[in-house]
Design a protein around this ligand. Structure first.
Ligand SMILES: NC(=O)c1ccc[n+]([C@@H]2O[C@H](COP(=O)([O-])OP(=O)(O)OC[C@H]3O[C@@H](n4cnc5c(N)ncnc54)[C@H](O)[C@@H]3O)[C@@H](O)[C@H]2O)c1
Length: 271
């Protein structure tokens, strides 16, 4: 079977397979897109044909990712965005609409906390409020801002990056874990609210994935312990997570909503 004969292979509903996996003409917004998992999501969505709004707290990091995308023939724009700042969130969605006409895909990737650093006797209210502001309130606000554009455009898919910590019981992770658990529940409820508007909402939950954040806590001993509980015998790579995001973003998952997909090598990596 040649590649072109695979492309010509018509699935049910008479759809070309490239229409199922491709995002040509779609507009994607990614938070925290300058680094790690967010950068991976921006690159994979652009490779699938989407125009990507890459946002990051540090503008130069978003600009570097935009250069990578446009250098390979894709379309992208960089936006400085601290997701804890409401006016930055407004500007992010406005920029997407002004530059590319709409928003079809929203990847709520920016997140804070984790890494087993939350000694419950040392953290204070301000810490808890900041974690929830970034991991729960910002995704909620962006959903609210993006949904009307998604509805008008006729295509909407929201993907939140949650965490295995949302379902695990780990030491020193009570606030991060509960914020990601809140993100899971918000997602499945919003899937109900937005479904009739033609908008799907899903979560991707990474296990331990090789980013700078992980390397700051990983020791050879911790890695050995993690791999002992990981059937696929390796830690995650950014591409593993980004490919799951692509599935939810694309029409491949057109009847999938309200789901959390844990991408974790089949196991549980605890610190
Ligand atoms: N790497 C892992 O092993 C892992 C595991 C589970 C979940 N996650 C989740 O994946 C997502 C990405 O994490 P990562 O590992 O790529 O890197 P990370 O944890 O270092 O960074 C998260 C991203 O959020 C951004 N961010 C943090 N605060 C922000 C703010 N106020 N405004 C805008 N952006 C902000 C950072 O710049 C970064 O791009 C996060 O939501 C994280 O919780 C990661």
């Amino acid at each position: 079977m040649t590649l072109s004969s695979i492309h010509k292979f018509k699935l049910r509903f008479n759809m070309d397979i490239r229409e199922l996996t491709g995002l040509r003409g779609k507009v994607a917004v990614v938070t925290g897109g300058g680094d790690g998992i967010g950068r991976g999501c921006a690159l994979v969505l652009a490779a699938a044909g989407a125009s990507v709004v890459v946002s990051n707290r540090t503008l130069s990091k978003a600009q570097d990712v935009v250069k990578e995308i446009t250098g390979s023939g894709g379309k992208a724009v960089a936006v400085e965005c601290d997701v804890a700042n409401d006016s930055h969130l407004d500007r992010l969605i406005d920029t997407a609409v002004d530059t590319f006409g709409t928003v079809n895909i929203l990847v709520n990737n920016a997140g804070l906390g984790g890494g087993g650093r939350e000694n419950p006797f040392n953290i204070d209210r301000a810490y808890v409020e900041r974690i929830f502001a970034i991991n729960v309130i910002a995704p909620w606000k962006l959903c609210r801002l993006a949904a009307p554009h998604m509805q008008r455009s006729g295509y909407g898919s929201i993907v939140n990056i949650t965490s295995m910590s949302s379902i695990n019981n780990d030491p020193n992770m009570a606030i991060y874990g509960s914020s990601k658990a809140a993100l899971n529940h918000m997602m499945s409820n919003l899937a109900f609210d937005y479904g009739p508007m033609g908008i799907r909402v899903n979560n991707v939950g990474p296990g331990a994935t090789r980013t700078r954040a992980l390397s700051s806590v990983l020791t050879p001993e911790i890695e050995r312990q993690m791999l002992a509980h990981t059937p696929l015998k390796r830690l995650g790579e950014v591409a593993d997570i980004a490919q799951a995001v692509l599935f939810f973003a694309s029409p491949m998952s057109s009847w999938v909503s309200g789901q959390t997909l844990m991408v974790n090598g089949g196991g549980v990596q605890t610190l």
